[in-house]
Design a protein around this ligand. Structure first.
Ligand SMILES: Cc1ncc(COP(=O)(O)O)c(C=O)c1O
Length: 383
């Protein structure tokens, strides 16, 4: 254990030590943490649905009828009528043949690469992909090849160099979780089709927020199941509930049900979560005003933050990082904002590359202009 102590101490010295804060209120833009009332800019609850009364009621009603725990894995007797209905709704909403629920996005990603590929196969990933995609490739035993961020020429070169006849999968974040910019999914889809590879998009940060009905980046770009055969999206961010789903062809989903270990060997998530998700999808599809309001806030934040002495990133999404660089400085800024009643987390390596520590500001449809003004005013005082 001495080794571990030294390791932890080194993290402190490097400004990399992480600490959990205890949230005492529901998710929302106004939270209470460690006994302090805060204005929050660090949740992925982009539409402000995590504490929505209709979604909570749907969840409570389902608990009354179905209890809390699912009791078993989906293939034993944990697959409830609500899970089934939720999968059908997600398939229809995302314009895919079928969908499959997972307990977390991390597990869904692990399931994909490790079920569909093996030794001697090839996986191509953007350097800025989420850790769960990287881990999924590692667990698959396939060869992981990473290309420079959004560098489509390099991806094409790499695809053209690898031997044909092997399975090849390109996996990418739709919206990069720590930078907020989008992948060039149209080109990725074209290249994958040209070089006989599959493409997979992780729409964790686009689902609910992008597209005319909120069905995500693929809806926005009008890319169907033939063009992007594998879609994964999480439900714990804009949808405001928990878990994730994979959507695609009948063959893809049936293969995952039969073979994916992170699907088979785990207890199904509570059926009430599926009921909450069903209600949330209805609200997302019905109410475009939340997406419009969020887009207004994104534009307003970028306009106001342009006057700060911190670098804005080229992001049009709800993720608006402000790059600080130094780990200690990013942490100190986050702590000072916290003292002023504003919560923005500092993101440090290894989540982002060394030397690019940042304040990851996330916006929500629940934010008003005066909230953004408050954040900018305090940042100006601190810089
Ligand atoms: C791009 C991306 N993929 C996957 C995940 C994992 O999803 P989950 O939190 O549901 O495990 C996250 C974040 O959590 C993410 O940002």
């Amino acid at each position: 254990m001495k080794d571990l102590e030294t390791d932890l101490e080194q993290r402190r010295v490097d400004g990399l030590y992480r600490r959990r804060r205890v949230i005492e209120s529901a998710q929302g833009i106004e939270t209470r943490i460690d006994g302090k009332n805060l204005l929050s800019f660090c949740s992925n609850d982009y539409l402000g649905l995590a504490n929505h009364p209709e979604i909570k009621q749907a969840c409570l009603d389902a608990v009354t009828d179905h209890g809390v725990g699912s009791g078993a894995a989906h293939l034993i007797n944990g697959h409830s009528r609500l899970h089934e209905a939720c999968e059908q709704r997600l398939a229809e909403f995302s314009g895919r043949e079928r969908a499959l629920l997972f307990s977390t996005g991390y597990m869904a990603n692990i399931a994909l690469a490790s079920t569909l590929l093996g030794r001697n196969d090839f996986i191509y990933q953007d350097k800025l992909n989420h850790a769960s995609l990287i881990d999924s490739a590692k667990l698959s035993n396939a060869r992981l090849i990473r290309y420079r961020h959004n560098d489509m020429r390099q991806l094409e070169t790499l695809l053209s160099e690898s031997p044909r006849g092997r399975r090849r999968l390109v996996m990418v974040d739709a919206v990069f979780s720590m930078d907020g910019d989008c992948a060039d999914v149209e080109t990725i889809s074209k290249l994958a089709l040209e070089y006989n590879a599959w493409s997979m998009v992780d729409d964790a940060h686009g689902f609910g927020v992008l597209g005319a009905r909120g069905a995500g980046l693929l809806e926005h770009l009008q890319l169907d199941q033939q063009q992007v055969p594998i879609l994964m999206a999480t439900l714990g961010k804009a949808v405001g509930t928990a878990g994730a789903f994979v959507a695609g062809s009948e063959v893809l989903i049936e293969t995952l049900i039969q073979k994916a270990r992170p699907y088979i060997y785990t207890t199904a998530s509570p059926p009430a979560i599926a009921a909450a998700t069903l209600k949330s999808i209805d609200l997302i599809e019905r109410d475009s005003w939340r997406r419009e309001k969020l887009n207004d806030s994104i534009a307003y934040f970028r306009e106001q933050a342009g006057t700060l002495e911190l670098e804005l990133m080229p992001s049009q999404s709800a993720i608006q990082p402000l790059v600080v660089g130094d780990n200690h400085k990013a942490l100190a800024l986050s702590e000072s904002l916290f003292e002023q009643g504003i919560h923005v987390t500092a993101i440090r390596p290894p989540t982002v590359p060394a030397g690019s520590a940042r304040l990851r500001v996330t916006l929500s449809a629940a934010h008003e202009r005066e909230h953004i003004d408050r954040l900018i005013k305090h940042l100006k005082l601190l810089l």
